[in-house]
Design a binder for this molecule. Structure first.
Ligand SMILES: [Fe+2]
Length: 338
């Protein structure tokens, strides 16, 4: 195995937003997250960057943790992401020990990889924002060091509570889908830097591996080369858009590479169909429906406004044994996040 970066264990996804109150409410409405811990990292809470702070809101649901981040100035951490991408999933956050971070810093130096920001939250917890986007197809990495009580022990400025039930069942974060320009190259760099042991590649194409794709109300030809892998709690789908039309192609045209979707739900078709009116009420529409006959319908939902730039994937299996019908082993299921 390659000697990948010592990042520790994956903890959550960071989502950059413009209006943190709207995003907390939207994410609670959709996922049923009941409580947010809001911290204003500015002034004396952000030594060295006191004039360029940001707001962090961490929401811990029953099966999902999210961090929303609102930069407060154009030079704040996370502001560069917002200027090229707008709101959206920005980076994966891991946590590691002080000994691990020492090793990590050496590895980064050896590879010539720098930092977007090195923060010292409240002067006691380091947060390294690694300049990994050029090396990992747009994926940002943040490492929070477990020292001085760790991030969770940092003083909370505001607690926000909501009492919503989730609109669809939230199982867990199965995987995050990343649009990449070159699957082969992405597999190599993800393997080298993140230590992914192996990939499960799949070639998707309407007429062969896909029965049909309807995108924004129109039947489309669509193809993509994807691959899944998982390590240290990280599970990613990397997706190289192919010929035809679809969500990946449009994402690539608009933003280039980066985190495109977030997959938290596998549910019965009847559950999904029954939720449609409620989804529409909060402005969520089906952007894309893909069908693999005998296996599943999969959906991408336009939740960008509600959740702050995030697209959600939902899978509705055609039958309980859908993995077997697809010819997938339990080991392969593990690699896609199951
Ligand atoms: Fe996916």
């Amino acid at each position: 195995m390659a000697d990948g970066l010592t990042l520790g264990r994956f903890h959550h996804i960071g989502v950059v937003v413009s209006d943190i109150d709207a995003a907390m409410k939207g994410n609670s409405r959709y996922f049923g997250i009941r409580q947010w811990s809001v911290r204003y990292f500015e002034a004396e809470r952000l030594p060295g960057l006191s004039d360029n702070g940001f707001i962090s809101a961490v929401g811990v649901g029953d099966s999902l943790t999210l961090e929303l981040l609102q930069p407060l100035t154009p030079d704040s951490p996370h502001a560069p992401f917002r200027s090229w991408r707008g709101e959206g999933m920005s980076h994966a956050v891991s946590r590691c020990s002080p000994a691990q971070v020492e090793r990590l810093q050496q590895q980064l130096q050896q590879r010539g990889i720098g930092y977007s920001h090195q923060l010292n939250l409240d002067g006691k917890v380091r947060s390294l924002q690694i300049d990994s986007r050029p090396h990992l197809s747009g994926l940002g990495l943040e490492v929070q060091v477990d020292e001085g009580g760790g991030f969770d022990d940092l003083a909370v400025d505001r607690v926000v509570n909501y009492e919503f039930s989730p609109i669809l069942p939230v199982d867990k974060l199965y995987h995050v889908g990343i649009v990449v320009n070159d699957r082969q190259q992405a597999m190599e760099s993800f393997r080298e830097l993140l230590d992914f042991p192996e990939f499960l590649p799949m070639d998707l194409e309407v007429g062969t591996s896909l029965s049909s794709v309807v995108y924004k109300g129109e039947s489309v030809d669509h193809s993509a080369q994807v691959a899944f892998s998982r390590v240290n709690g990280f599970c990613f789908e990397i997706m190289q858009p192919g010929l035809g039309h679809g969500a990946y192609q449009d994402f690539q045209q608009e933003y280039g590479q980066g985190m495109q979707h977030f997959f938290p739900t596998i549910c019965d078709q009847s559950v999904f169909d029954a939720a449609i009116p409620q989804l529409q009420q909060v402005g969520v529409e089906v952007m894309l429906k893909g069908v693999i006959d005998g296996v599943m319908n999969y959906y991408y939902l336009t939740t960008e406004k509600l959740l702050g730039g995030v697209t959600i994937e939902v899978i509705c299996p055609h039958e309980q044994a859908w993995m077997e019908v697809m010819g997938m082993t339990p080991e392969q299921g593990y690699l896609i996040g199951l």
